[in-house]
Design a protein around this ligand. Structure first.
Ligand code: THU
Length: 136
């Protein structure tokens, strides 16, 4: 295990809440904010398939609703868990959502049911990210 074992355990637990009756692919996510708070998410699918959403998105929603200050809305690191090899990485849409509340150095850990298997910075997963920050 190279990475935050507490987040991995929390993500495995979160995965058990997945509503993945269409894909049968359950995903769990646990993120830690810069303020130290931990928030969980699972994927929640829908009979109208495109209306489902990812575990990372659920965790972001929990983070935002629990936040009391700026540091509670900034993502320091997260673990995403699925029973899959190679370890999954966040989808493109979730990378953009993570970028909204993370930074180039936010750590993203991909895990299976036994351990964290790989780690990336958000900048590695989403280079040249779209942002409205700047002087344009
Ligand atoms: N999924 C996630 O929840 N997170 C990811 O990082 C990749 C994919 C979900 C979406 C869908 O419910 C299922 O996995 C199969 O794509």
């Amino acid at each position: 295990m190279t990475g935050p074992e507490d987040l991995w355990r929390a993500a495995v637990e979160a995965r058990s809440k997945a509503h993945a009756r269409y894909s049968r692919f359950a995903v769990g996510c646990a993120l830690r904010t810069e303020g130290g708070g931990v928030h969980l998410g699972a994927n929640i699918e829908n009979a109208s398939f495109p209306e489902g959403w990812c575990a990372e998105t659920s965790a972001i929603a929990h983070m935002i609703m629990a936040a009391q200050g700026d540091a509670d809305r900034r993502i320091a690191e997260l673990v995403v868990v699925a029973d899959h090899h190679p370890p999954l990485t966040p989808c493109g849409g979730c990378r953009q959502r993570l970028a909204e509340f993370g930074s180039a150095s936010t750590m993203v850990h991909g895990a299976d049911l036994e351990a964290i298997r790989a780690s990336w910075t958000l900048a590695e997963l989403l280079p040249a990210a779209f942002s409205l920050e700047g002087d344009g």
